[in-house]
Design a protein around this ligand. Structure first.
Ligand code: ZN
Length: 334
């Protein structure tokens, strides 16, 4: 396999606080020998656990970037033992454009793994994480939110994994993040995800969905900041008390949790996020936008559950993810 063309301006083995860049060469019309400088912070204080925290995997999700720019700015060397690697804007071109995928190559970072060293910019970033950053890490946190087209109940998530020891590590880390909701997640499209890349290397992996609508709120930013700090304490990198509040546990037992819009139109949601719905109840009406005098299409719940995610904004296309349900189960924090 070829070497990755990204050059870090930080030294991962060096003690101290380093704010630098991952320099991704990107030759183009307006910059012949140009590059994309992806900000990175490395804080290392001796041997110990290595945490790798990322935001901006999708460029239109803001809790991760906000929590991680704050963490990179405030975390002091004397606060930690071990290493914290912070990349607040993983798909930096997408982040700068405020879009989910990269404007350079339409690359969706979370479908680009394991990446390619001689591929597109997004594939090169994925390859760098796959072969350089992930192997160094013990604990991996990747922030997500709904972006421009979804809105979520705020949750931290782990996945069902084949290795039960690893699954226990991941769910303990998810509980340490301590979002208001905790999810054992079912992926509808796992191929190429950073999640799977980290998990298949045996890492302790936590992801989140903390809101959405292409923005962040004071509440969701506070959840993100608290979760990152809690995880550093959980990993033994930081000292102190974790800030732990009650969390509601959700699972997704089957594909009936996912509802896709049967046609384009104007959405009339009949429930708010967090509402409990019963199988057969109306989730939403989709009103036609080309005619008046016609009845809307009705979308009904395929199972009982809690409305966990919904489409945003008010217009929907055929095939868009309209609503996601999850089932609340009893949960006690260890
Ligand atoms: Zn995302």
């Amino acid at each position: 396999m070829r070497d990755n063309p990204i050059t870090p301006t930080v030294d991962y083995g060096k003690n101290g606080v380093q704010h630098g860049h991952l320099r991704l060469p990107y030759s183009r019309n307006d910059s012949a020998w140009g590059s994309v400088p992806i900000p990175i912070t490395v804080i290392r204080n001796g041997e110990g656990q290595v945490a790798l925290f990322t935001g901006g995997n999708h460029g239109d999700e803001y809790e991760g970037p906000l929590a991680l720019t704050h963490l990179a700015h405030t975390l002091r060397l004397e606060d930690i033992s071990g290493t914290v690697i912070i990349v607040p804007f993983m798909n930096y071109p997408a982040f700068l454009a405020g879009t989910r995928v990269s404007p350079l190559d339409q690359g969706n970072m979370n479908r680009a793994f394991p990446g390619q060293p001689d591929g597109t910019p997004t594939q090169k970033i994925a390859d760098y994480f796959q072969r350089s950053l992930l192997p160094m890490a013990d604990l991996v946190l990747d922030f997500h939110s709904g972006g421009e087209t979804l809105d979520f109940l705020p949750f931290a998530a782990s996945h069902v994994l084949e290795a039960s020891e690893q699954q226990a590590r991941c769910s303990a880390a998810r509980d340490a993040f301590n979002a208001p909701f905790s999810m054992e997640m079912r992926e509808i499209d796992a191929l190429g995800m950073y999640d799977e890349a980290a998990e298949s290397l045996g890492k302790t992996f936590v992801t989140t969905e903390l809101g959405g609508r292409g923005t962040a709120t004071p509440e969701t930013i506070a959840i993100a900041r608290k979760g990152a700090r809690n995880l550093l304490i959980h990993a033994g990198i930081m000292e102190g008390q974790m800030d732990i509040a009650p969390t509601r546990m959700l699972i997704q037992p089957d594909d009936a949790c996912f509802h896709f819009s049967p046609e384009a139109g104007l959405i009339e949601f009949c429930h708010s996020l967090g509402d409990t719905v019963r199988q057969g109840q109306t989730l939403a009406h989709i009103w036609p936008t080309g005619h008046t005098g016609r009845a809307p299409e009705t979308v009904t719940a395929q199972r009982d559950g809690l409305l966990t995610a919904r489409h945003h904004p008010g217009l929907v296309s055929a095939g868009d993810c309209l609503a996601v349900l999850a089932v609340e189960i009893p949960h006690s924090l260890a």
